[in-house]
Design a protein around this ligand. Sequence first.
Ligand code: HGY
Ligand code: MN
Ligand code: MN
Length: 600
Amino acid sequence: MAINLPQLNAASSAEALQLLDGLYEHSPWIAEKALAQRPFKSLAHLKYAMVQVLNAAGREPQLALIRAHPELAGKAMVSKTLTAESTHEQGKAGLTDCTPAEFAKIQKLNADYNARFGFPFILAVRGARGTGLSKQRIIDTFERRLRNPLEFEHAECLRNIHRIAEIRLNDKFGFEPELGHRVWDWHETLARHTDPGYAELGQLTVTYLTDAHRACAADIKQQMLACGFDEAHIDAVGNVVGTYRASDDAKPITGRAKAPILLTGSHFDTVRNGGKYDGRLGIFVPMACVQELKRAGRRLPYAIEVVGFAEEEGQRYKATFLGSGALTGHFNPDWLDQQDADGVTMRAAMQHAGLPATLEAIQTLQRDPERYLGFVEVHIEQGPVLNAMDLPLGVVTSINGSARYRGEFTGVASHAGTTPMNRRRDAATAAAELALYAEARASADEDSVATVGMFDVPQGSINVVPGRCQFSLDIRAPNNAQRNAVVADIKNQALRIAERRRVMLHLEETMIASAAPSDAALRGHWESAVQALGLPPYQLPSGAGHDAMKLHEIMPQAMLFVRGENSGISHNPLESTTSDDMQLAVEAFSVLIETLAAEY
Ligand code: HGY
Ligand code: MN
Ligand code: MN
């Protein structure tokens, strides 16, 4: 029989403890201590209370808890002495019917892991969606984590134990994060579209206006209409724009003919071999909220405009934030003549996609900021903070300012065997020296970052001293002055290296984006929404760039971050977020839009 929060809050300590039996393997003390925080306002509140108890318990009790867990497909499974919960979980993941080869592989991994760390490998095998990881995925994760440092694995085992407890608690309450499942599944469906050459490798790459990109746009548009948006279309730069109208009696915004609009959304293009959630989560979360408004027949005193931005990553063309830039009036006309790696201009790609490909059409996309309440964006954190703090949500204080460059050193290609070391004009070692300087210079600040993400010797040969070396620079910092100081130092060092190594330097700025502090009122609404869910309103800066920093240039903006698994890794196929956390993001978004409605 499913339990509920009023029952748990009202129960005696002994009854309450009994109701929470089995959450943490052979360790009732965690739930017992957490019960002191009753009354719980939500499941999220209860889950986080138990997280805090365990995280405050110190190393030895944590180790004892980890060691109280059975191995995967281990001796306890074979001797059928697993707890009922573990039996169910390992069964759901297919671990009870391994092939002899799989069984032997997992036994070996168990032995190696135990020998290395002194405790068993722990993985929430029900996975991010709660439906179970494949055996191959379990083995891959096992092998990957075997290489981690001890301290990391101690923490990662605890995070997995919390995830196991979360799913067990959901089961006890008969709770399914339905909205989170829906959003999670939408990502899976959209991820089936990927650019040629990547599909064969099972990798996700969706770059601007490719056939996969246009298939994504069509799917998102279709999904918006299915959610009950009043209108959805693909605009002149390929953005997918859905509108959920305001209530008919909505007051027009002062001096304007119509009700105001809340703008939200994020991008659906990806980096090469990227993750499924970067950007897309910020489109699907508001879509799920609109679907719930539609189902309830509810209209707000403002319209909601959800935009799937067509281009944020700047992968196919050097046109970062193209989608959101078109809305802010920052579409760069030169972009139309830019060529991709195959020589296809953006104009031709637009025409191929059936877009007008004219500046006039693009300029009509510019939004009048006076019509808008502001811009809110939900995004995966793409970093380790929330994951390390076992927090599902975080509120963004500011988005780091960034600058991007494409560079090339040009020296002299020469014979690798006959050119003496002191007579070389080696373009690649020049670029390598600059990359190491950029790393050292950014590290000298607490919170600056500099990355050489692309590094290539065009038409290079193993026995030729590189005459050319192309590279990229991505430099970011919490404020513009700090960013500019790092940029200036790296540029000056590049010139010194070129001089000393007698090579030429070409450096082209391809993107500059100001640091974007969150609007205080909208940020406050996110904080209140997170607190309403029973969670602490944790605040953090964004190291990653987002469409919100573009909208920041014309209207108030604020972001909500959602925790990533695997230390929040992103721009990587290991990017992962649970449907429970997606559920909380949808719930927080719903609280925010109701707060804005009440305020307006
Ligand atoms: O690079 C970024 O920060 C973003 O993911 N485009
Ligand atoms: Mn990204
Ligand atoms: Mn992104």
